[in-house]
Write a protein of this length. Structure first.
Lengths: 319, 295
């Protein structure tokens, strides 16, 4: 992986985003892009455990919501620390939560893990829903932040998360991730500590999701259990990588755009239309392109003689 | 809060749990033997409930009577789903992402079903108001709704049906052969994919039964499908991933846990308590209540 090249492309995309932001005057399009960016950050985090290692978590809304409440709770109780600190706190607390949870949860493989994380999501949602200490359904109002500033930061973090994940995966630990997914016994024999590696993916992923949640609180200026902890959030987080390409960074990003774009487009068509389209797309993708949109696109691109003259194939480079 | 109230709650919980047990049975049939994961059956149950609702409100057909045509219909649907949507995954190994793939495809189908339900029946809670819906037996102070009794009876009925099927009929023996040793079964002339489709069809029919009981004790809305699915899976996991008896016990237990939480603690947390029980269980005894002898 050529870190410099990725950073340059990242910077280019960031400038493009800034141009859109200013040109659109932080209007609807920018709004949508930023909302998608939040799910890109969360999705890349989810992808570490879900895509590269293969343990699907249906409950990442837990970390998302914890991050949001790390921003909301202090403000709700009347403290006013600097918001940047609260965002970082959101990530850190989520990471700690993941660390603690990894002991009971990561013992399970595959399906029980999925159900357990889903259950965790339900528990958190219900508990936050009724707890008066946590402001239950009243929610917490967060003071608004300048749109341009917030959106630029989110944009930078989103692009940064993609580059960071790509970098992380190109390290030795990324190899361990994929080894655990593809051949767990061989990996263990080669000396990979499966539990520790999974835990690292889980914790880092939770950190990223927590940051996304904290930024979401600032984006919406309102923190509420229904919007932060709901199953819909969990599912949206994981659908991005799944549709776009699990196990690739660009795939996760593209998938988030596809999922959220679909939701926007079908919102006006008919009620719950986006469920229909989402379901249909999911079925089609799983039956035709098991790996997701991006890897399949890359494979097609490889077949074009002009592009395949590079020594390394594009799909290998995308990771 | 006396003994009578507690007993009433537990009995009500068993009645509730019977639905989870039924769904769990439908999962165990395809998962325990054939390693097919599906998050579809809860939505199938709700769809079955809606079919019964239409039968009742449009043509005044009793829900149980409507099973005569809805069960074969859903059996066929299940067969179709397995044949066309799940077949590509049958060849995959577990560690290659077989379960993930099956889960995603069935989830996609569940989403489509849910969206169609919203179109046809909207999100308004629907009730099947048959005469016997609110009738109950009274034992002293405690009332036992008739529907609960029938659903608990049907669990045992279906359990015995499945056990009979697996042990005595040709289909059942073929199914067990497929589960024990796929290659040998195919060499013996068993059409592996057809057996899988048939099994999926049967499990779809069972989930419809669960759905109808659910409709007779609750009000239905499309979004309930996924939550029912997951509760059924919790019952499967707690019962030991492949054990028929275990899933029944676990399902009933989950119903009781929900009811007791609602009665003794905070009603809004009853689902949370169910999943908390799962987490505690997974930490303490991951193999399940009834350990499976083989794989």
């Amino acid at each position: 992986m050529n870190l410099k090249r990725w950073c340059l492309w990242g910077a280019a995309f960031f400038l493009l985003f800034l141009a859109i932001l200013v040109g659109n005057r932080a209007g609807f399009l920018s709004n949508f892009i930023v909302y998608t960016f939040l799910f890109i950050i969360a999705g890349e985090g989810w992808n570490l455990l879900g895509g590269y290692i293969g343990e699907i978590s249906f409950g990442h809304a837990v970390f998302f919501g914890v991050g949001a409440y790390c921003v909301g709770l202090p403000i709700g109780y009347g403290y006013h620390p600097p918001l940047a600190l609260l965002v970082v706190l959101g990530g850190v607390v989520s990471a700690l939560l993941a660390y603690v949870l990894s002991f009971p949860l990561l013992r399970m493989r595959g399906f029980p893990f999925l159900i357990a994380t889903f259950g965790l999501g339900v528990i958190f949602q219900k508990v936050f829903h009724i707890s008066k200490f946590l402001f239950s359904t009243r929610g917490i109002f967060v003071p608004p932040v300048n749109d341009y500033l917030l959106y630029s930061i989110i944009g930078a973090l989103a692009i940064g998360s993609v580059v960071f994940t790509r970098w992380l995966v190109s390290q030795n630990i990324g190899l361990s991730f994929r080894a655990i997914r593809d051949a767990p016994d061989a990996a263990q024999m080669a000396g990979v500590n499966i539990f520790r590696t999974k835990m690292m993916a889980f914790v880092i992923g939770a950190f990223m999701t927590g940051i996304a949640g904290a930024l979401f609180a600032l984006y919406r200026s309102y923190v509420q259990p229904v919007t932060c902890f709901s199953m819909a959030i969990s599912l949206t987080i994981l659908l991005g990588p799944y549709i776009g390409g699990i196990g690739t960074v660009m795939g996760a990003a593209i998938g988030a755009f596809v999922v959220l774009g679909l939701e926007e487009v079908s919102r006006d068509l008919f009620v719950h239309g986006h469920h229909l389209f989402l379901g249909a797309i999911l079925i089609i993708i799983m039956l035709t392109m098991k790996e997701g949109i991006w890897p399949t696109v890359l494979r097609y691109l490889e077949k074009i003689p002009l592009l395949s003259s590079r020594k390394e194939s594009a799909s290998e480079r995308a990771g | 809060m006396g003994i009578a109230g507690l007993l009433q709650t537990i009995l009500g919980g068993i009645g509730e749990g019977s639905i989870y047990a039924l769904l769990g049975l439908s999962f165990v049939l395809i998962f325990g033997k054939l390693r097919i994961c599906s998050v579809l059956h809860g939505d199938l149950a709700v769809l079955g409930a809606y079919t019964a609702y239409w039968s009742f409100s449009l043509w005044n057909i009793d829900p149980f009577l409507s099973m005569v045509y809805s069960l074969p219909l859903f059996f066929g649907g299940g067969y179709f789903i397995q044949r066309y949507f799940l077949r590509p995954f049958m060849a995959m190994e577990t560690w290659k992402g077989r379960y993930q793939g099956q889960i995603m495809v069935t989830w996609g189908i569940a989403l489509v079903i849910m969206a169609l339900e919203y179109i046809f029946w909207t999100g308004t809670y629907r009730t099947i108001s048959t005469d016997y819906r609110n009738e109950a037996f009274f034992v002293g102070d405690i009332s036992i709704p008739i529907v609960h009794l029938v659903s608990i009876a049907s669990i045992f009925g279906i359990y015995f049906l499945i056990t009979y099927l697996l042990k005595k009929t040709g289909l059942g023996i073929a199914l067990r052969a497929c589960s024990d040793n796929r290659t040998a079964a195919m060499l013996a002339g068993i059409n592996y994919h057809r057996i899988c489709s048939l099994a999926f069809g049967i499990s779809a029919a069972i989930s419809v039964v669960a759905g109808i009981f659910f409709a007779l004790t609750h009000q239905i809305t499309p979004s309930l499908g996924l939550s029912l699915t997951f509760k059924g899976w919790v019952a499967v996991i707690m019962g030991g991933m492949g054990s028929l008896g275990g899933v029944i016990v676990a399902g009933l237990l989950l119903g009781v846990i929900e009811s007791l939480t609602a009665y003794l603690y905070i009603p809004a947390l009853k689902e949370a308590a169910l999943y908390a029980a799962l987490l505690v269980f997974l930490i303490a005894r991951p193999e399940g209540l009834f350990k499976q002898a083989k794989n």
